[in-house]
Design a binder for this molecule. Structure first.
Ligand SMILES: Nc1ncnc2c1ncn2[C@@H]1O[C@H](COP(=O)(O)OP(=O)(O)OP(=O)(O)O)[C@@H](O)[C@H]1O
Length: 403
């Protein structure tokens, strides 16, 4: 007999709910109109057909799963940031997109941002969200916007700002003029290296700082929940130490710029108009300020939380443990761990599923005994038998995970 152990869902996708655009949404007190919670049922349908069977997520061991604490996540009108990260392919985008849909359906104007250079938000929402600008997502009850940051563009911006203030072009120039001391300092900065082969995590730091820039503006002040779909673990770890590194580098560049500004008038004329120098320095200073804000944002326990996503395999769990340790070491608030793609219970296990289930239980056991992970709230998300694509499917997944 064929084994039927995955969560079954029937997708009847009806016309999407009319889009409530950014400009048509007028926040009025109380900003949050908390909508009645959508019931979670095994069978997903966008139609009004009554559900056949109440859905209950169970752990592999058969005990009822603990709630994710969504009530806490959704409460309050103060802006909150959720960063979802973990090993490649574990379901970060699906979990981040489903959380964003859930926030929007619970009254929060929400922005979901991808800072992963290999974007999959467009695939997840089944809508074209490319272009580096905020795009309205069709479907949720309240405004939901998505933003895929173009890392190439962000890096170019950084390169332009630094080169104007002491990058490799300036180094050649100063070298040619025999200004050894300043050249030495430039060599110390290793700017050429930084710009030609940017360290992993630089794209993401710039991407996040760009989002902060967006959110500083009055136009986007309406967003009360920001969900980041971050790049895989390695990038995240390097990102954490990057703001300090960039802050120091940019600080040195700015100091150097002051020295250059007070150098001979011949050099001044090479650098062009006084105004141009000031603009470039301003831009660099702003970039530095934004990096510092990114660093602060990551460590703000009141407004930010990093949610680790994993799957029940020994390799993924080990990587999650290292990620959790690094996040804690850097004082980044982390409270929740999603274990995604768990095989749901089945009355009739085929041999393959029985072996798989045993492996998954072992991985869950490791989590429960891991000093880094055991203290986190465990959210178990089942493997479902549909591809999680489009708002109705994300709503379905979100109602399972976030409750
Ligand atoms: N609970 C689930 N049940 C079934 N399929 C799932 C589940 N979660 C994720 N998937 C599927 O797994 C694939 C990878 O998911 P997703 O893109 O969300 O992972 P990711 O961690 O963001 O990947 P990447 O690291 O490549 O960005 C997708 O096809 C998605 O539909």
């Amino acid at each position: 007999m064929a084994c039927r152990s995955v969560i079954s869902s029937s997708l009847h996708i009806t016309n999407s709910i009319a889009l409530k655009g950014l400009h048509s949404f007028a926040p009025s007190p109380p900003l949050l109109r908390l909508l009645p919670k959508a019931p979670t049922f095994l069978s997903f349908s966008a139609s009004t057909k009554p559900p056949t069977k109440p859905f209950q997520v169970r752990s592999v061991a058969g005990t009822t799963e603990a709630a994710s604490g969504f009530d806490e996540m959704v409460s309050g009108t103060q802006r909150k940031y959720y960063m979802l990260g973990g090993k490649g392919g574990v379901g970060k985008t699906s979990c981040a997109a489903s959380l964003a849909v859930k926030f929007a359906n619970n009254g929060h104007p929400t922005l979901v941002v991808s800072t992963d250079p290999a974007h999959s938000l467009s695939d997840s929402f089944a809508q074209d969200l490319t272009g580096g600008m905020l795009v309205p997502v069709e479907g949720p009850d309240f405004p939901l916007f998505a933003l895929e940051i173009n890392p190439e563009k962000a890096r170019e911006e950084f390169r332009n700002a630094t080169q104007k203030n002491g990058g490799t072009g300036v180094k050649d120039l100063m070298d040619g003029m025999g200004l050894g001391m300043i050249v030495d300092q430039l060599g110390e900065l290793k700017l050429g290296e930084l710009l030609d082969t940017p360290p992993p995590g630089l794209d993401e730091a710039i991407a996040i700082s760009k989002v902060m820039q967006f959110l500083d503006s009055q136009e986007y002040s309406m967003f009360t929940r920001i969900v980041f779909d971050t790049a895989p673990t390695g990038h995240t770890l390097r990102l954490l130490s990057l703001p300090d590194f960039l802050d120091a580098s940019i600080g040195k560049i700015l100091k150097l710029r002051q020295k250059i500004a007070s150098a001979t008038s011949a050099i001044k004329s090479v650098f062009g108009q006084e105004g141009t120098k000031v603009d470039a320095a301003d831009k660099l200073e702003k970039l530095r300020e934004r990096m510092i804000k990114v660093r602060e944002l990551f460590r703000d326990t009141d407004s930010t939380e990093f949610v680790i996503v994993t799957i029940p395999t020994v390799m993924a769990v080990n990587e999650s443990s290292r990620l959790s340790a690094s996040l804690k070491k850097e004082n980044v608030p982390v409270k929740r761990l999603i274990v995604n793609q768990i095989l749901p219970p089945s009355a009739s296990d085929c041999k393959f599923c029985a072996v798989k289930r045993k492996d998954q239980m072992r991985a869950l056991d490791i989590i429960q005994n891991d000093p880094e992970l055991s203290s986190l709230a465990l959210i178990q998300a089942p493997l479902v038998d549909v591809e999680i694509r489009g708002v109705p499917a994300l709503r379905f997944l979100g109602d399972i995970i976030w409750k």
